[in-house]
Design a binder for this molecule. Structure first.
Ligand SMILES: Nc1ncnc2c1ncn2[C@@H]1O[C@H](COP(=O)(O)OP(=O)(O)OP(=O)(O)O)[C@@H](O)[C@H]1O
Length: 259
């Protein structure tokens, strides 16, 4: 990840650019001049404790809230000026579960595809492909309520891929999952980056989800404290491992601060 942001539209724009974005709820400033860039084909980790501002940033990127300051671009398209074109290139897995448990996996996906204006036949084909990508094609006609938490997350990833986005946002996608399910979800997303060149922004408070060559953005109390790869993080903090580096940078001490 580069700190320098691509603010103009180019022939090969970054998957996501957030440039000098701030946000307040009333008097409370929860994001303060936040900038980050996720190039295509890269896995970027937005690392922050509860309350750091990760979900608020996601709400601004997805236009749930309006960014009144700064600039957000998806594949070069400004989300405020050209929201349709920008959001068309974005897939999102939100923190809270949003599948209909009384519908089958395929029905959940077809419903979402219809919202994106996909025709029925195309939607069925894409739904099958997306379920194959997450290893659940053989469960397409089962009800979501029969799935484990990790499997349901994988369906949400499949759903986020239906309209073939170039940028994928995932907000704490592994919370509440056991170790095996977490690993499977992370692997699916890393494979999407490696094989399909998606740019991924993965928000988490779990330091052990970071791989050495990931781009890491440390967000703390609404401010970006660090942007770069793990070796630079260790160097910047003078620490032996990422957990210690995070604690030093954020001034947090206790074990439970960053799991
Ligand atoms: N709608 C809101 N109104 C007022 N304050 C809010 C609102 N949403 C979030 N906040 C506050 O903004 C700050 C950032 O919250 P946010 O949910 O973005 O953090 P987070 O990093 O996603 O943490 P978590 O994982 O716990 O959701 C917190 O102090 C939170 O209490």
């Amino acid at each position: 990840m580069s700190i320098a942001s691509t603010t103009s539209e180019t022939s090969s724009p970054d998957a996501l650019v957030v440039n000098s974005v701030s946000h307040s709820f009333g008097d409370k400033r929860v994001l303060d001049d936040v900038s980050l860039t996720v190039p295509r084909g890269s896995f970027a980790v937005l690392l922050g404790l509860n309350g750091a501002g990760k979900s608020t940033l996601f709400a601004l990127i997805t236009r749930l809230y309006d960014n009144v300051s700064g600039e957000i671009r998806i594949l070069g398209r400004d989300v405020r000026r050209t929201p349709g074109a920008a959001l068309q290139r974005l897939g999102v897995v939100f923190q809270s579960r949003t599948l209909d448990s009384d519908l089958s996996l395929q029905q959940n996906l077809l419903y979402h595809a219809a919202l994106h204006g996909l025709g029925r036949r195309d939607a069925k084909k894409r739904a099958q492909e997306a379920l194959e990508t997450v290893g659940l094609a053989d469960r397409a006609h089962e009800k979501v309520r029969n799935l484990s938490g990790g499997q349901a997350r994988r369906v949400e990833i499949a759903r986020a891929l239906l309209h073939r986005p170039s940028c994928l946002l995932l907000d704490e996608p592994t919370v509440g999952l056991d170790i095996g399910s977490r690993e499977s979800v992370i692997k699916i997303v890393r494979d999407l980056v490696a094989r399909q060149g998606l740019g991924v922004l993965w928000a988490t408070h779990l330091i052990d989800e970071i791989a050495p060559d990931d781009c890491v953005v440390v967000l703390h109390k609404g401010q970006v404290l660090f942007t770069g790869q793990v070796p630079e993080l260790l160097k910047a903090a003078g620490a032996a491992n990422a957990r210690d580096a995070f604690r030093i940078l954020t001034g947090t001490q206790s074990e439970e601060d960053a799991a």
